[in-house]
Design a protein around this ligand. Structure first.
Ligand code: RIB
Ligand code: CA
Length: 307
């Protein structure tokens, strides 16, 4: 069992990621940190509490992190996630509020358990960047970081979803992403190259399969995902795929790459430029270039159906 922190901006697919992590015996979820991204920090933090309490895991603490990107105004995505960020599915508000100081929690937990904590980040990388910057030595003590982020042009699906070149999490905070990619932390990137692979999508048929499952986890997943299936005919599975990469890396083909994050103020803002390392060079990330979509879906469904 590996200690894990989820750093999230729920967000419908973040909710699916959190439910998958909670249902996975491979992970000991020591805490959740939240960041502004899909919606404002107040809502992403409340949503993390709403999710945990709905499935009876309110004992897992939620710590609110950064309320805005390092150097840019926040641009949210309520059109994809609902005005409350959780599919406007009327999930009950939490009994326990989120705690403050998410950056400190990240740094202090990694220090308390040196080289034992895996961070799975499925939102903008602002919290990790601040933890690495404000608490020197933190990057060296993290066991591993898995991110949902980037569009690496390494598959036909590897183009951006904000601009043709950039993916939302990196686009929202390119300065933070650059800090994380240059931190030396063991980094695995689950980008749009695999998360938008048509064979991995949750279409209406797969949604119906999930909707038929019993139990609070599947019920919550179906409730929040309904917002997207009704409007777009499919549910984004970006973030649960990042959790799956931490749980079962064998489901993915990964390539070591040198990734540079562009911080320009044009259509290339937040682009993740990936090149193969030269002879004798090391890359700074393992980038997913393929996924066993069937096995990913079976993993998600089997874990959601657990009581
Ligand atoms: O580009 C997709 C990513 O942006 C996902 O993490 C989604 O939740 C949003 O944060
Ligand atoms: Ca997210």
């Amino acid at each position: 069992m590996q200690k894990a922190i989820l750093d999230i901006d729920p967000g419908i697919d973040d909710a699916l990621a959190l439910i998958l992590a909670l249902s996975s015996p491979e992970l000991e979820l020591v805490g959740v940190t939240t960041v502004a991204g899909n919606t404002v920090l107040e809502k992403t933090s409340l949503n993390a509490r709403r999710i945990l309490e709905y499935v009876g895991r309110g004992g897992i603490p939620v710590y609110a992190g950064a309320s805005k990107p390092l150097a840019r105004p926040l641009s949210t995505a309520e059109h994809f996630h609902g005005s409350d960020g959780l599919g406007d599915a009327e999930i009950p508000m939490p009994q326990e509020p989120p705690r403050p100081e998410g950056i400190r929690f990240l740094a202090e937990t990694v220090k308390k358990y040196p080289r034992e904590v895996t961070v799975i980040a499925t939102g903008p990388l602002t919290n990790l960047a601040l933890a690495f910057t404000l608490y020197p030595g933190t990057a060296e003590l993290v066991k591993s970081v898995f991110i949902m982020g980037g569009a690496y042009l390494l598959t036909p699906h590897g183009h951006g979803n904000v601009t043709p070149l950039s993916e939302f999490n990196i686009y929202t905070d390119p300065e933070a992403a650059e800090i994380v990619f240059n931190s030396g932390v063991p980094l695995t990137c689950v980008g749009l190259d695999v998360t938008t692979n048509p064979s991995a999508k949750m279409d209406r048929k797969r949604y119906a399969e999930m909707n038929a499952l019993k139990g609070r986890k599947a019920e919550l997943a179906s409730k929040v995902a309904r917002y997207q299936i009704e409007r777009f005919g499919e549910v984004e599975v970006h973030d649960p795929m990042a959790v799956a990469a931490a749980l079962k890396p064998e489901l993915f083909n990964m390539v070591e790459m040198k990734v540079q994050v562009l911080r320009n103020n044009d259509a290339s803002r937040g682009a993740t430029v990936a090149v193969k390392p030269g002879e004798g060079e090391r890359g700074n990330a393992k980038v997913c270039v393929d996924v066993d979509s069937g096995e990913f879906w079976r993993l998600l469904i089997s874990r959601l159906s657990q009581p």
